[in-house]
Design a protein around this ligand. Structure first.
Ligand code: TMP
Length: 214
């Protein structure tokens, strides 16, 4: 039995993650690959309860490092209950946000020490790294226009100002510079068909690379 692959999708709000994750899962299933789709924070019963606190309970004041620890608590549960068993079973896992979101939002946006995040990453992920990360990049103006149009009320992160969002975007781009093999940047402001084609091509090369290793 071959191990499944871990694909993560990242990007600031309004980057079209949901639609593009639909496309990724459809592409994989077309190749007869069994795939589970999940999200962070969340993905398990406890993780979803933590998500509610982390994202929706804007009435609760929260220290940035408490926020960091709760993100990793949800992640530990997710890894133990869902991600690792699926990968071991040969199933691919596609996650709407994962470890790079923590570097971008808690590290970049909140200014928590990157070393502290790395420490938790080493403990909780224990060497697991996504096989592929698609970073849907978007200028802040377009992100703001799209999220304002959506008018999603009371999300702890969507409520942050432009400066926060800009720092998050920059931190994502820095992660991509540091991990050029794994993190592939896709211009999410392009026309939908162009974005989809770019994603299909990236997935196609990953599948080809896997086949050439067998
Ligand atoms: P979304 O999944 O609906 O995009 O919302 C999840 C929010 O949680 C998003 O604003 C980013 C934030 N987040 C973090 O701040 N750190 C993390 O590690 C993760 C996974 C998400």
């Amino acid at each position: 039995m071959f191990r499944g692959r871990l694909v993560t999708v990242e990007g600031i709000d309004g980057s079209g993650k949901t639609t593009h994750i639909d496309h990724i899962c459809a592409c994989l299933r077309q190749q007869n690959i069994s795939v589970i789709r999940t999200r962070e924070p969340g993905g398990t019963e406890l993780g979803e309860a933590l998500r509610e606190i982390l994202i929706r309970r804007v009435d609760l004041a929260m220290d940035a490092e408490t926020e960091l620890l709760l993100m990793f608590s949800a992640r530990m549960e997710h890894l133990r209950k869902l991600i690792c068993p699926a990968l071991e079973n040969g199933t691919w896992v596609v996650i709407d946000r994962f470890i790079d979101a923590t570097y971008a939002y808690q590290g970049g946006g909140r200014g928590v020490s990157m070393d502290r995040i790395r420490l938790l990453e080493n403990w909780v992920l224990n060497g697991l790294t996504p096989d592929l990360t698609i970073l849907l990049d978007l200028p802040i103006e377009i992100s703001l226009a799209r999220t304002n149009a959506r008018k999603q009320a009371s999300d702890r992160f969507e409520l942050q100002d432009r400066e926060f969002k800009n720092t998050v975007r920059e931190a994502y781009l820095e992660r991509a510079r540091q991990n050029p093999e794994r993190i592939r940047i896709v211009e999410a402001s392009a026309e939908m068909s162009i974005v989809k084609r770019a994603i299909s091509d990236i997935l196609g090369s990953l599948i080809e690379q896997i086949h050439s290793q067998i």
